[in-house]
Design a binder for this molecule. Structure first.
Ligand SMILES: [Zn+2]
Length: 165
């Protein structure tokens, strides 16, 4: 297990755009435009193009590009989180990289900004009370929504070892 496989376990691998809310593919429905399962009558956007003219909606990613993207995404989080949060910086300085990965995964689930709203968890991390930090993570909207993922992250945060998935 490494951070890439760990995140992939939760996020999956999809080479075509999908809706972050319902998880279903964004598909072309003629007059209705681009829709997904939770917004069947909403034209989500015009055709989605990225990079140097890649039609993301139709072509998506070629195999292997997703791996490169994930490397960059994780590297970006590992640069952004310590810049934004002193306590995360401290975890890295203390060699608590495995526990820090629980926070990296949390940021993939709820965003880097929302990580700062886990006040009880952060206070416990600052005390290095890993058990309380894990408990705080489980007492959250994140855990109510994604108990499997939150339980794994809480275990990683408490024990500093990959949980069995
Ligand atoms: Zn949707």
């Amino acid at each position: 297990m490494d951070i890439y496989a760990y995140i992939t376990n939760w996020e999956g691998v999809r080479l075509k755009p999908y809706c972050d809310e319902c998880g279903q593919p964004i598909v072309w429905r003629g007059a209705a435009g681009w829709t997904c399962k939770c917004k069947p009558s909403a034209n989500i956007s015009p055709s989605i193009t990225i990079g140097r003219g890649r039609d993301l909606s139709v072509v998506g990613l070629y195999s292997g590009e997703d791996v490169m993207m994930q490397r960059n995404d994780v590297a970006e989080r590992l640069a952004e989180l310590p810049k934004r949060y002193d306590w995360f910086n401290q975890m890295q300085a203390d060699g608590e990289m495995m526990r820090a990965y629980a926070i990296v995964d949390l940021s993939f689930n709820c965003g880097v900004g929302a990580v700062g709203e886990f006040h009880d968890m952060i206070a416990a991390i600052q005390r290095k009370d890993w058990r309380a930090a894990a408990k705080a993570m489980l007492d959250s909207a994140f855990a109510r929504e994604r108990l499997d993922r939150a339980s794994a992250d809480a275990s990683l945060l408490e024990n500093g070892e990959w949980p069995s998935l």
